[in-house]
Write a protein that binds this ligand. Structure first.
Ligand SMILES: *[C@@H]1O[C@H](CO)[C@@H](O)[C@H](O)[C@H]1NC(C)=O
Ligand SMILES: *[C@@H]1O[C@H](CO)[C@@H](O)[C@H](O)[C@H]1NC(C)=O
Ligand SMILES: *[C@@H]1O[C@H](CO)[C@@H](O)[C@H](O)[C@H]1NC(C)=O
Length: 210
């Protein structure tokens, strides 16, 4: 019997690891949003023109790079995540928002949306993967997902917008504004963010030990 050597297997394994790790197709991201009923639940047309890469650093083990619909263990979502854009987005500035439309449960989301992150003034580095860096503090710093015990997994949704002129003057939301019962769609209408140009989402269930 012939066993392939590890040297032969490694390129195959790394191919699967890299191709499964992050979003690589706009059509696949859009299909995942549609399959999860996200566009109607967050009141956006979701027709991405670029990929938003979201990476969670991990204290032990490899960083987790999201792809749309990935299940991530709650304890691996401490973050804060880092962002990159892949595709013809330009240099920025951009706004990144993270919302949970499923709080406290997907069946009865009475406190949704929860605003888990909202930040502007993100600028892109060089191509092809353009890492995003914000030059001002976020409006809402990243909050780790905490779906309550007994809940189904929540859809934590990350969206990228072109930042309109005057956005820094918005006074609808600041660091002391309640993060509950947020409506990113109406915020986007009011501030001229328009529709997202990219996004992805992760499913996070309650920690099994809670
Ligand atoms: C998640 O973290 C909490 C707090 O540190 C810990 O009690 C719990 O056991 C962890 N869960 C898992 C599945 O490791
Ligand atoms: C945040 O917004 C609220 C409501 O608009 C306002 O009363 C408060 O002064 C603002 N806080 C800061 C730090 O700007
Ligand atoms: C959120 O805002 C959008 C756009 O203004 C609106 O269509 C939608 O009904 C709002 N959702 C909720 C739950 O209020």
């Amino acid at each position: 019997m012939h066993f392939p050597s590890l040297a032969h297997l490694l390129p195959v394994l790394s191919f699967f690891i890299t191709t499964n790790a992050q979003d690589t197709s706009l059509a696949a991201v859009k299909a995942a949003f549609d399959a999860a009923d996200l566009p109607e639940d967050i009141f956006f047309t979701f027709d991405p023109s670029v990929l938003l890469e979201v990476t969670f650093p991990e204290a032990s083990g490899k960083d987790i790079v999201l792809h749309a619909g990935i299940h991530v263990p709650r304890n691996d979502t401490a973050g804060p995540p880092t962002f990159a854009v892949i595709g013809p987005a330009g240099k920025g500035p951009f706004v990144v928002a993270t919302i949970d439309p499923d709080a406290p449960t997907p069946q009865d989301p009475t406190s949704a949306e929860i605003r888990h992150f909202l930040g502007g003034n993100f600028f892109a580095s060089g191509e092809p993967v353009q890492h995003l860096t914000n030059v001002t503090p976020a409006i809402s710093e990243f909050r780790q997902p905490t779906p309550p015990a007994g809940s189904d997994a929540h859809r934590y949704t990350f969206l990228l917008f072109n930042q309109p002129p005057g956005f820094n003057g918005q006074n609808l939301v600041n660091s002391t504004t309640s993060v509950s019962n947020f409506n990113l769609s109406s915020f986007a209408l009011a501030t001229g963010l328009g529709q997202p140009i990219g996004g992805t989402f992760m499913l996070v269930a309650p920690d099994p030990t809670t």
